[in-house]
Design a protein around this ligand. Structure first.
Ligand SMILES: [NH3+][C@H]1C[C@H](O)[C@@H](O)[C@@H]1CO
Length: 666
């Protein structure tokens, strides 16, 4: 195959082309931080917890919406010693947002320590000399008989064998009302496994009260060091892995998890900001409950810390259960969206929501240009009401914020929307073979955010089935090579495709509601998939040096597209390429995706006076069905090398491979 490259660029490659989308799916929002929270009221009519709820009880928080006295409410919480623990609606709760608490009952004449422990999100990773920040609130109801001497409260980190890694003791304040304890615990050694525990025990609480003595606990949390030391921040290893991919934007809070199953359970920004004790949490859309401990301000801090532009979504009247709010009834929700946007960019002197932002430490507005209206307004009953809902939201929000760009989430092919959207968020499920086709988009003035795509299945007629039907549990080399081809379609169409992100970004490998995911993790490690390696982007316009840790796509974005011989564009295409250029350094970046089971030869013809004789090659290849998994996390990684190049040069693309060749040409 001969590829002739033009020296004249057809269009720029937007800086926003490669980014990340995030939503609370597969327990990512909580277990990316170690955090659990007090209990929340068993809301009337709230069905008992699903089995996943027991997973929620893991460390993150006792089920906020699980009915008390159910076993699910206590899963992952274990009594220690001769004690009993229960979840109760507290008569004197920590806050109206967290009216439940965990009650420890200390029986009379107890001889040994009593208490409880939590086993975290399928384990807890403790490392010697690392500082863990523990916090909890307790109260000893005043009606209790006076104890002969104040008991001792001990908070400790325990290894699997029960031995103590770190502990802190304090006198139990026998006052009516809540006492907060905030301490730092530093393990004196690294335990052999992840099966560790966070424990709270009470000692020398001997008494003779036949009914036992109660101690109530709420809003318990334990944080490892966080990325950039942010309070209530992100786990450093996960955040670093995401940062290394140099995303230009960050879409949040969803995805389906924005929508709620009903209007009442939609994501509501105001419930996700302020003190953790004021965040009631909600029934999320991925079969478990969200604490919203990671809320709107934490998202915006995350954007600042990783230098990403927020792509923020507002709820737009449709819920996944199929209900729509339309017409005048949308008024309160449009007001809610306006306040949400004002929380991000408003003037504290004129907007209460902006003043709230300032009171939380960020007087200056955040950077925001793009706001998405809803999510996937093409599923279920949404198409039936999207025209009305879009009209209400787009008309009111663009009148209030004329400087913002609003994205529609229905199909650009219909229903017709007014005002005409300038941007559509297109979602693409790809089958492993199908994703080799290049992306084509109509040019009718619309810009596209390719907001969710991934090769999800080997089965061309069933993209979202079970693993038995072809669904991928982990990205495979073939899937990632296919995605690379699809992404080159974004580059070729980058005059109208201005941003794109793989979905889902993260998934907890012990309990995920969706596969494959770009990055997997468990309590101790981060697992970078083959698709993650394809996604990584170097945005710096510096010449892509031969890096020790080779980077692929986004680190080789280039800032303009050079047309070249068009690849075959059928679904059977197996060889796809693209050429971009860094104008500042006259560096060409040639990307090649070969999905065939055999290598394929290419000849590149470059119309330049002088071309470097040696180029750098970053190559991702391997057996088509191999994946990086927890069992073999680094099986596949890009390999950097140097190859001969010139004004005309040959390159053999290995079977099932994605290659990036960088050279200088002028
Ligand atoms: N089906 C996908 C579509 C939706 O927007 C996401 O929440 C889902 C997982 O990535």
């Amino acid at each position: 195959t001969t590829v002739s490259v033009s020296a004249t660029a057809s269009h720029p490659i937007p800086t926003t082309l490669w980014g990340q989308m995030f939503e609370d799916i597969s327990h990512v929002r909580e277990s990316v931080r170690i955090f659990f929270k007090g209990l929340n009221p068993p809301r009337a009519g709230m069905e008992d917890c699903t089995p996943n709820c027991s997973k929620i009880a893991l460390f993150n928080k006792l089920p906020q919406h699980c009915n008390k006295d159910t076993t699910a409410a206590l899963n992952a919480w274990l009594p220690i010693g001769e004690s009993s623990i229960n979840v109760v609606a507290d008569p004197s709760p920590l806050s109206s947002a967290l009216p439940n608490s965990l009650v420890l009952v200390i029986p009379p004449n107890v001889k040994r320590d009593v208490g409880f422990a939590n086993t975290g999100y399928w384990g807890i990773n403790f490392v010697k000399d690392t500082q863990y920040t523990a916090s909890l609130n307790y109260r000893v109801p005043a009606f209790l008989s006076p104890l002969n001497s104040p008991p001792t409260l001990t908070i400790s980190l325990l290894a699997e064998d029960g031995s103590t890694l770190a502990a802190h003791s304090t006198e139990l304040a026998l006052v009516d009302g809540w006492t907060e304890v905030d301490i730092v615990l530093t393990p004196d050694r690294t335990p052999p496994s992840l099966a560790n525990r966070f424990a709270v025990t009470v000692s020398n609480a001997t008494h003779t009260s036949p009914a036992g003595i109660e101690v109530h606990f709420a809003l318990l949390s334990l944080f490892p060091p966080t990325f950039k030391g942010r309070k209530n921040g992100m786990r450093t290893d996960i955040a670093q892995a995401l940062a290394d991919a140099k995303p230009a934007f960050f879409r949040f809070p969803g995805g389906n998890n924005l929508e709620g199953q009903t209007t009442a359970t939609r994501w509501q920004w105001r419930n996700t900001v302020g003190p953790l004790s004021q965040r009631p949490g909600r029934v999320g859309d991925w079969s478990y409950i969200n604490t919203d401990g990671l809320g709107l301000l934490e998202y915006l801090h995350w954007c600042e810390d990783l230098d990403m532009e927020p792509f923020m979504a507002v709820w737009d009247g449709y819920s996944l259960g199929g209900s729509s709010v339309t017409g005048d009834a949308l008024g309160p929700f449009i007001a809610e969206a306006i306040e949400q946007i004002n929380f991000v960019i408003g003037d504290p002197n004129t907007s209460e929501a902006a003043a709230l932002r300032a009171s939380l430490g960020h007087a200056e507005p955040f950077k925001l240009r793009f706001v998405e209206i809803g999510n996937e307004d093409f599923v279920g009953q949404a198409p039936g009401t999207v025209a009305s809902r879009w009209n209400w939201f787009a008309t009111n929000l663009s009148a209030t914020f004329p400087q913002l760009h609003f994205m529609a989430t229905s199909r650009s092919s219909g229903p017709a929307l007014t005002p005409t959207p300038e941007i559509y968020d297109a979602h693409n499920g790809l089958r492993q073979t199908h994703s080799y086709t290049t992306l084509c988009r109509l040019r009718n003035g619309i810009k596209f955010f390719e907001g969710e795509y991934a090769s999800t299945s080997t089965n061309s007629s069933n993209l979202y089935g079970t693993p038995e039907q072809g669904r991928l549990l982990w990205p495979t080399v073939a899937a990632s090579v296919g995605e690379a081809a699809f992404m080159m379609g974004f580059e070729r169409n980058a005059d109208i495709v201005f941003s794109s992100s793989y979905a889902p970004l993260l998934g907890h490998v012990n309990n995920s509601q969706w596969t494959p995911n770009l990055v997997g993790f468990d309590a101790g490690k981060v697992y970078k998939s083959t698709s993650y390696h394809v996604q990584k982007v170097r945005t710096a316009p510096s010449p892509p040096l031969l890096t020790a840790t080779p980077q692929l796509f986004a680190n080789n974005r280039g800032d303009e597209y050079l047309p070249s011989t068009l690849p075959n564009n059928s679904t059977s295409a197996t060889l796809i390429w693209s050429v971009t250029r860094w104008t500042a350094t006259n560096q060409l970046i040639i990307k090649i995706s070969n999905s065939a089971a055999a290598s394929q030869d290419l000849t590149f013809v470059l119309p330049f006076e002088s071309v470097s004789s040696v180029g750098s090659l970053e190559l991702l290849t391997g057996a088509a069905t191999t994946s990086n998994t927890p069992a073999a996390p680094d099986l596949i990684a890009p390999v950097a090398s140097r190859i001969p190049v010139g004004t005309i040069f040959n390159y053999t693309a290995p079977a099932t491979s994605f290659s990036i060749i960088t050279l200088t040409a002028q």
